[in-house]
Structure formats: structure tokens, C-alpha cells
Design a protein around this ligand. Structure first.
Ligand code: G3H
Length: 476
């Protein structure tokens, strides 16, 4: 049984309260992770991070770059161990787990490069720009203070580091709370930060009963930035309890794939199946609904079913596309959505097959879906894909936009002008033409609108999000 510790103000500590981490592949307890639940002790963590900010924020850019580089080197040196933990606690395949680690290291390197560029080129105004003789101005980017980072189970390393790296390199200090499933990697990261010699109090890994104490974290007066990835309900609840805090929220999606009549149907079906089912659909950017015209419905369905034959299902060790869902609760939720659709006369195009002992749900294609069915508008975070039929493009756009979510969308067509026109009508952060939705390449800005999120991530945008302007106006 693993019993990791929390890193608080430079010390590894444990407590009398524990939460179990479960292996989704067999529902066995694999670790007990300590929690800090006492409100005063929680407050103290933020106070220490605030104290650390007073000195860390004054350190040189070179020092912080070297620290982040050393941190990346530690992650690189422990890449297999980190990947193994991902397999164990979130049932990601070994191949995808290692890919997540490598992607994270790349992200850290990109952060260093973009930060150097940003610092070397502050926003400057000449006397000519200002149309005032003897007046010049320069606006630097400075850190806010204590960043509260809350990361999800599905990319426990990558979506943690996309919060930590931009916060740390710019001079903020961090208190982070990983998801319980994902906390083994999360807490391992604190050990590696310590090895990289971050000063005490700069990085703090705080596990707590989030249901009970989430609001306490968000409302702590020392928090200056909250960067949260998770469900809209929790994100909105926490955001409501912040006070003058800079917010970055990534809250999920219901990404549509809109297939137009002139699409390359081979490409569309291939991308849709990959986009919907990789990591069992447990990605905020997974394709979560397909819209096809009545006339091309049968063609697309038959090609999607062909593609589905290539989707492997199994336990992580076999590197399947679809593996165990994160919990039995997640599996049961997916089954409820399927049942609701069946009750309302939808048709399953694939046999319904699942295994409660290892949380496996085989891919489900649901046809004849209409907007009254829960699966048409809820986010399953599982391997189920509803197919909706439209009569014209206006109706398709309306169906897409009649959603609480607006993360990404895909349009499949050979007509780039039409793609551009429709993309501008879709209310979402990013529209992918002839490609499944996805966050990467990570250098791209990443954002959602409506209930999908608030604020922008990416590399440059994350650095901007973690810093405020400080202007100096010279008059001589
Ligand atoms: O789950 C949300 C992630 O940010 C999606 O990232 O598109 O690289 O899978 P991805």
C-alpha cells in the first residue's frame, strides 16, 4: 500500500486523515493519501505560500528558468516511474501514459522559451507612440502572488504542470490540489520539485476533502489566481467564492463533429472514432456528438462502424484505445445515459457490453438521438457517441449552439470557405477543420466559452494569465 506525503512549506508531512486511491482496473485500494482538513491548518498552508512569495517573486528570471529546467530534468529522469503511476491510478495505457509525461516535459521547455521571449520584449511605448515628447513607457509582466491550482484525474501530470510551470517561472508561489485519482502522480511531482531545489513554501501539495473544503481553498484571502480544471458545477461553485482573484477555468465540453455533405467520409469517420474513443472518451476535448445530414447518415454510420472495428478494448497493459473508466460510478453514469436514450427510442448500433469488476465499457454508438435525450446534451466522459441528424446547415448550427458547452468543434468538408463561415457561427473556443478536436499542439491558445470555461491557457496565454502588467511611465 503506497502512503505518499504532502509537501507543505518545504517539509514532507502526513496526517491522521486519509483518502483511498483505487486502481480503476480492478477496484482495489492501492494507496492512502493524507488529507489536511482542519481549516486553520489549511489557512496556514496559504499563509506560508504567501510568505514564500515575498522572496521568490524577487528572484531573477535566470534563477527561475534554471529551477524549471531542473524540474523538467527530474521529470525526465523519472519518466517511467511517473508513467507507471498513471497506469496504476487512472488506468491510462502505458503508451499514452509515457506520452503524457513526454508532452509535459515539452510543455515545460516551451514555457521557458516563450517566457524568455516575453521578458526580453516588454510592452514598450516610445514618445512617438504616445504622441508626447519626453514621455516613454514600459509595461513588464509581474506575478500575482499565491496561485491555487486544482487539477483533474484525466491528465494528472500534464494538466497539473500546465498550471505549475507558468505560475512558477513567472514568480508566483503555488498551492495545488490534485484529484484523488491522480494524486500519486501529483504528490510525486512535489518530490521532484523538492529535488530540483525549489525554495520552501514555493510549491505546496495540499490534499483535502474537496467536497467539504473546496470553498475554503477558493476563498482563502491569500489566493490571487485560481486555475481549475474539472466539472462546471464545482468550478462555478469555487469561482463564486473567490474574491478579486484572477480566474482560469477549464470545465469540460460536448464537442460536436459536424459532417458536411461534401466531406471526405473516410477521413471524417476515422477522425470521429479516434476523437471520440481515445482514452475511453475521458478527455474534455473528446468528440461527444456527431451531426450528419439525413442523406449521408447511412454512409457515415457504415464507415464509422468499420473504423470502430479497429478500436481495441482491454486492460491498460495491452495499450488499448478503450480501457477501464476511472470509477464504477463513472461507468454507472454512462449506463444511465444509454438507458435514457433507449427509453426514448434511440438505437444502439453496437452491443452493450460492460464489466463492473474492471470498469470496462465497450464503445457504444447510439443512433436516432434527439435533443430530448440526456446523451445529446450531457457530457458522459466515457466511450459513448450519439449520432444526430440534421436537415440543413442552419439547423445543424442551431443544434450545436443549443448546448451549455462551447469548448471545441470539428467540421468535415472540402469547402474551406464554407468551413470558415460555419466556424464563425459556432459558439466554441476552437473549431478544427477536417480534424478531431484536441488541445494540442500545446503552443496553441486553449479556451472554452459558456460552461466550458473562462480564461485562456496554452503556453504564452498561460504566462499572461499568471502575470499582471506593471507599467512604468518615464517623463524627463
Ligand atoms: O481533458 C482535457 C484536456 O485538456 C484535453 O487535452 O485534447 O490533448 O486530450 P487533449
Amino acid at each position: 500500500m503506497l502512503q505518499p506525503k504532502l509537501l507543505i512549506n518545504g517539509e514532507f508531512i502526513t496526517t491522521d486523515n486519509f483518502v483511498n486511491v483505487i486502481n480503476p482496473s480492478n477496484n482495489q485500494i492501492i494507496a492512502q493519501v493524507p488529507q489536511i482538513n482542519d481549516p486553520e491548518a489549511i489557512h496556514d498552508v496559504f499563509y506560508q505560500a504567501h510568505q514564500a512569495f515575498q522572496t521568490y517573486s524577487q528572484t531573477s528570471m535566470e534563477y527561475r528558468i534554471n529551477l524549471l529546467q531542473a524540474f523538467a530534468n527530474e521529470i525526465s529522469a523519472h519518466q517511467n516511474e511517473l508513467a507507471d503511476l498513471l497506469v496504476l491510478e487512472i488506468a491510462k495505457s502505458p503508451k499514452d501514459s509515457l506520452q503524457e509525461v513526454l508532452r509535459t516535459i515539452d510543455y515545460m521547455h516551451e514555457t521557458i522559451a516563450v517566457y524568455q521571449e516575453m521578458i526580453n520584449h516588454p510592452l514598450s511605448f516610445s514618445a512617438q507612440d504616445l504622441k508626447t515628447p519626453n514621455k516613454t513607457a514600459v509595461y513588464h509582466r509581474v506575478p500575482y502572488g499565491v496561485v491555487l491550482a486544482i487539477s483533474p484525474f484525466n491528465y494528472p501530470l500534464n494538466l497539473l504542470m500546465t498550471k505549475l510551470a507558468p505560475a512558477l517561472i513567472t514568480g508566483n508561489t503555488v498551492v495545488y490540489k490534485p484529484a484523488t485519482q491522480g494524486s500519486l502522480v501529483g504528490l510525486k511531482i512535489a518530490e521532484l520539485a523538492q529535488k530540483a531545489q525549489y525554495p520552501k513554501g514555493v510549491i505546496n501539495s495540499l490534499m483535502t476533502n474537496a467536497r467539504q473544503n473546496g470553498v475554503l481553498l477558493a476563498s482563502n484571502p491569500y489566493v490571487r489566481v485560481m486555475n481549475f480544471t474539472g466539472s462546471p458545477n464545482v468550478g462555478h461553485l469555487l469561482a463564486k467564492h473567490t474574491n478579486n482573484v484572477h480566474l482560469i477555468l477549464e470545465l469540460g465540453g460536448k464537442d460536436p463533429a459536424l459532417v458536411l455533405d461534401d466531406a471526405d467520409f473516410d477521413l471524417a469517420s476515422q477522425e470521429i472514432i479516434k476523437g471520440a474513443f481515445s482514452y475511453s472518451g475521458q478527455r474534455c476535448t473528446a468528440i461527444k456528438r456527431v451531426l450528419v445530414s439525413r442523406q449521408n447518415h447511412d454512409l457515415l454510420v457504415s464507415k464509422m462502424l468499420d473504423q470502430l472495428k479497429k478500436v481495441s478494448v482491454g486492460l491498460p497493459a495491452d495499450n488499448p484505445v478503450v480501457g477501464p473508466l476511472i470509477s464504477t460510478q463513472a461507468l454507472e453514469y454512462n449506463l444511465k445515459l444509454i438507458q435514457d436514450a433507449q427509453d426514448k427510442k434511440a438505437t444502439l448500433l453496437t452491443p452493450l457490453k460492460y464489466e463492473l469488476t474492471n470498469n470496462l465499457l465497450y464503445p457504444v454508438l447510439i443512433d436516432g438521438v434527439n435533443e430530448k435525450m440526456r446523451v445529446a446534451f450531457e457530457e458522459p466522459f466515457g466511450p459513448i457517441l450519439p449520432i444526430l441528424v440534421y436537415d440543413d446547415y442552419d439547423q445543424a448550427i442551431k443544434m450545436i449552439n443549443d448546448s451549455e458547452f462551447g469548448l471545441q468543434a470539428s467540421i468535415f468538408t472540402k469547402d474551406m470557405a464554407l468551413a470558415q463561415t460555419l466556424a464563425m457561427q459556432i459558439d466554441a473556443g476552437t473549431i478544427n477543420i477536417n480534424k478531431a478536436s484536441s488541445r494540442g499542439p500545446d503552443i496553441l491558445p486553449f479556451l472554452g466559452v459558456k460552461n466550458s470555461g473562462f480564461g485562456v491557457q496554452g503556453v504564452k496565454e498561460a504566462l499572461v494569465s499568471m502575470t499582471n502588467f506593471k507599467g512604468i511611465v518615464f517623463n524627463k
